[in-house]
Design a protein around this ligand. Sequence first.
Ligand SMILES: NC(=O)c1ccc[n+]([C@@H]2O[C@H](COP(=O)([O-])OP(=O)(O)OC[C@H]3O[C@@H](n4cnc5c(N)ncnc54)[C@H](OP(=O)(O)O)[C@@H]3O)[C@@H](O)[C@H]2O)c1
Length: 319
Amino acid sequence: MNRRDLLYRVALATAATHISAFSSAETPRSSFTRASTAEEVTAGLNLAGKTAVVTGCNSGIGFETMRVLALRGAHVIGTARTLDKGKEACAKVSGKTTPVALELADFGSVGACASTIRAMNVNIDMLILNAGIILDDWQQVNGLEKQFVVNHLGHFILTQRLLDRVIAAEQGRVVTVGSGNHKQAPQGGIQFADLSGRHWYKKGYHHSKLANGLFSLELSRRLRDTRATSNCVTPGPVDTNIRRNLSTSSAPPNMKTPAQGAATVCYAATNPALAKVTGEYFADCNPAPQSAQQTDRAMAAKLWQVSTELTRAVASPDS
Ligand SMILES: NC(=O)c1ccc[n+]([C@@H]2O[C@H](COP(=O)([O-])OP(=O)(O)OC[C@H]3O[C@@H](n4cnc5c(N)ncnc54)[C@H](OP(=O)(O)O)[C@@H]3O)[C@@H](O)[C@H]2O)c1
């Protein structure tokens, strides 16, 4: 462990006393199950007056999340890689939705998306970081492994640019869509020494999902003196377009429907019992086991610092 890592660990051991109030043991449990749908877990909720941002609104879990949050009365700002895709998705949904273009592999697009949302002058009650890709070949963006860029760094910038609006909400929530695949991340976790992916791209998706979980954890620490919360969810295996880039079909058996896949996302974003729950990881609408790496606060803090350096030009709310 180098000196900087040691300092992080000391600082975080101190910080841990503030967030221990939200340990899993105290997180309320729900009676929802793997079979529960997003409509079921939000039944009876009135989200009128609330604003949600959902990334990846045109497909799979993101589309269903947008549909159900709008059904319950929220204004959903849905992002898609092109404005046309976003418009098409929003047109299929009843309720108030606004499409915005967001290409997470292009930091300029992320900045522009954030500026467009900021110009709407709304507080953000739910920031749902859902968009994602799986690749099985080695692709890079500006020398960085692409899934790390799309699934983590793009969302990192978006969050930085919108966080004051989340904090200003009555009880803002950031929900990061991670995955149980974080448990298969490369040995040692986040590959700080070489983020090109050259030696670990076969595990690049797992690496990016660990990044999602660590990002959510560190964000919860940074939000500890606010009303806002940050939680990570895994939807479980869901029958969506996520596997479309894979050369071999490796779909797991017994996949959930998108309606079931969006349930935990919507639960974490809306359930009144979770108003003070932060830094948690959910599966099937309940706290779930995660790897030791995904609860490593030093790794989470280091990821935040490295992500800040990699995105410095576009991450500030004023840029
Ligand atoms: N399905 C599962 O089994 C499963 C399991 C665990 C976790 N997850 C997570 O669930 C989330 C949603 O995935 P899904 O299953 O609903 O997959 P999906 O149907 O493929 O939807 C993914 C969404 O992300 C968007 N997206 C992809 N690359 C993007 C980019 N570069 N910039 C902006 N948006 C981009 C897609 O847009 P386009 O349609 O234009 O490509 C689409 O809207 C992902 O974070 C995924 O990792 C899924």
